[in-house]
Design a protein around this ligand. Structure first.
Ligand SMILES: [Zn+2]
Length: 143
Protein backbone atom coordinates (compact mmCIF):
# COMPACT_ATOMS: atom_id res chain seq x y z
CA UNK A 1 0.00 0.00 0.00
CA UNK A 2 1.34 3.34 -0.99
CA UNK A 3 -0.33 6.13 0.91
CA UNK A 4 1.72 8.84 -0.77
CA UNK A 5 0.35 10.38 -3.92
CA UNK A 6 2.77 10.51 -6.82
CA UNK A 7 2.90 14.24 -6.31
CA UNK A 8 4.09 13.77 -2.75
CA UNK A 9 6.61 11.21 -3.87
CA UNK A 10 8.17 13.42 -6.50
CA UNK A 11 8.31 16.19 -3.93
CA UNK A 12 10.10 13.78 -1.59
CA UNK A 13 12.46 12.77 -4.37
CA UNK A 14 13.54 16.33 -4.82
CA UNK A 15 14.48 16.50 -1.17
CA UNK A 16 17.26 13.88 -1.24
CA UNK A 17 19.92 15.46 0.93
CA UNK A 18 18.79 18.53 -0.81
CA UNK A 19 20.68 21.67 -0.13
CA UNK A 20 18.53 24.78 -0.21
CA UNK A 21 15.31 22.85 0.22
CA UNK A 22 12.12 24.76 0.87
CA UNK A 23 12.15 23.96 4.61
CA UNK A 24 15.77 25.04 4.87
CA UNK A 25 15.03 28.28 3.07
CA UNK A 26 12.15 28.97 5.46
CA UNK A 27 14.51 28.68 8.42
CA UNK A 28 17.20 30.79 6.79
CA UNK A 29 14.78 33.53 5.85
CA UNK A 30 13.36 33.63 9.36
CA UNK A 31 16.77 33.77 11.07
CA UNK A 32 17.97 36.44 8.70
CA UNK A 33 14.87 38.56 9.26
CA UNK A 34 15.55 38.39 12.99
CA UNK A 35 19.10 39.61 12.58
CA UNK A 36 20.88 36.28 12.98
CA UNK A 37 23.88 35.62 10.76
CA UNK A 38 25.00 32.16 9.79
CA UNK A 39 27.26 30.09 7.58
CA UNK A 40 25.78 27.61 5.14
CA UNK A 41 26.98 24.05 4.59
CA UNK A 42 30.22 24.73 6.45
CA UNK A 43 32.82 22.36 5.04
CA UNK A 44 35.06 22.69 8.08
CA UNK A 45 32.51 20.84 10.20
CA UNK A 46 31.66 17.15 9.88
CA UNK A 47 28.59 16.52 7.75
CA UNK A 48 28.59 20.08 6.37
CA UNK A 49 25.70 21.23 8.57
CA UNK A 50 22.98 23.22 6.85
CA UNK A 51 23.06 26.28 9.06
CA UNK A 52 25.86 27.22 11.47
CA UNK A 53 25.52 30.10 13.93
CA UNK A 54 29.07 30.53 15.16
CA UNK A 55 28.27 33.28 17.63
CA UNK A 56 25.95 30.88 19.48
CA UNK A 57 28.05 27.78 18.78
CA UNK A 58 24.87 26.33 17.36
CA UNK A 59 23.92 24.19 14.38
CA UNK A 60 20.45 24.07 12.89
CA UNK A 61 19.99 20.73 11.16
CA UNK A 62 16.95 20.79 8.88
CA UNK A 63 15.92 17.24 8.07
CA UNK A 64 13.39 16.06 5.55
CA UNK A 65 10.96 13.77 7.39
CA UNK A 66 10.88 11.28 4.51
CA UNK A 67 14.58 10.83 3.89
CA UNK A 68 15.58 10.98 7.53
CA UNK A 69 12.84 8.59 8.67
CA UNK A 70 11.24 10.90 11.20
CA UNK A 71 9.93 8.61 13.97
CA UNK A 72 6.23 8.84 14.71
CA UNK A 73 5.64 11.12 11.75
CA UNK A 74 3.37 10.18 8.85
CA UNK A 75 5.97 11.35 6.33
CA UNK A 76 8.72 9.30 7.93
CA UNK A 77 7.17 5.85 7.86
CA UNK A 78 9.49 3.26 6.36
CA UNK A 79 6.59 1.20 5.06
CA UNK A 80 5.85 3.84 2.44
CA UNK A 81 9.17 3.44 0.65
CA UNK A 82 8.49 2.32 -2.93
CA UNK A 83 11.90 0.67 -3.57
CA UNK A 84 14.73 -1.21 -1.88
CA UNK A 85 17.26 1.30 -3.09
CA UNK A 86 15.30 4.10 -1.49
CA UNK A 87 15.03 2.16 1.74
CA UNK A 88 18.80 1.79 2.03
CA UNK A 89 19.26 5.42 1.15
CA UNK A 90 16.92 6.42 3.95
CA UNK A 91 18.61 4.12 6.45
CA UNK A 92 21.97 5.48 5.42
CA UNK A 93 20.74 9.03 6.01
CA UNK A 94 19.69 8.09 9.54
CA UNK A 95 23.10 6.54 10.29
CA UNK A 96 24.82 9.63 9.01
CA UNK A 97 22.58 11.81 11.19
CA UNK A 98 23.59 9.82 14.26
CA UNK A 99 27.29 10.04 13.46
CA UNK A 100 27.10 13.76 12.76
CA UNK A 101 25.12 14.37 15.90
CA UNK A 102 27.69 12.69 18.12
CA UNK A 103 30.57 14.50 16.42
CA UNK A 104 28.83 17.85 16.83
CA UNK A 105 27.99 17.15 20.46
CA UNK A 106 31.54 16.06 21.22
CA UNK A 107 32.84 19.28 19.74
CA UNK A 108 30.52 21.25 22.02
CA UNK A 109 27.99 22.44 19.47
CA UNK A 110 24.39 23.00 20.40
CA UNK A 111 22.33 21.18 17.77
CA UNK A 112 18.78 22.19 16.95
CA UNK A 113 17.04 19.61 14.77
CA UNK A 114 14.13 20.82 12.67
CA UNK A 115 11.87 18.38 10.84
CA UNK A 116 11.10 19.89 7.47
CA UNK A 117 7.66 18.58 6.60
CA UNK A 118 5.70 18.16 9.81
CA UNK A 119 7.23 21.06 11.78
CA UNK A 120 7.49 23.63 9.01
CA UNK A 121 4.61 22.59 6.74
CA UNK A 122 6.32 24.07 3.69
CA UNK A 123 3.32 23.62 1.42
CA UNK A 124 1.07 25.79 3.54
CA UNK A 125 1.00 29.52 3.02
CA UNK A 126 0.53 30.18 6.69
CA UNK A 127 1.18 27.71 9.46
CA UNK A 128 0.88 28.07 13.23
CA UNK A 129 3.16 25.11 13.68
CA UNK A 130 5.81 26.68 11.51
CA UNK A 131 5.62 29.91 13.46
CA UNK A 132 6.05 27.99 16.71
CA UNK A 133 8.91 25.90 15.39
CA UNK A 134 10.76 28.95 14.13
CA UNK A 135 10.25 30.89 17.34
CA UNK A 136 11.51 27.89 19.29
CA UNK A 137 14.79 28.11 17.40
CA UNK A 138 15.30 31.62 18.74
CA UNK A 139 14.41 30.51 22.27
CA UNK A 140 16.89 27.64 21.99
CA UNK A 141 19.65 29.94 20.79
CA UNK A 142 19.15 32.20 23.78
CA UNK A 143 19.41 29.36 26.31
ZN1 LIG B 1 8.12 14.70 10.51
Amino acid sequence: MDVHSSETRSYNMSQIKGKNTKPELLVRKFLHAHGYRYTLHDKRLPGKPDIVLKKYKAIVDVRGCFWHLHQGCKYGELVNTPSEKMTSKRKFAVQRDEINMSLWNEAGWKVIVIWGECQLEPRKKLSKKREQTLNNILNNLKL
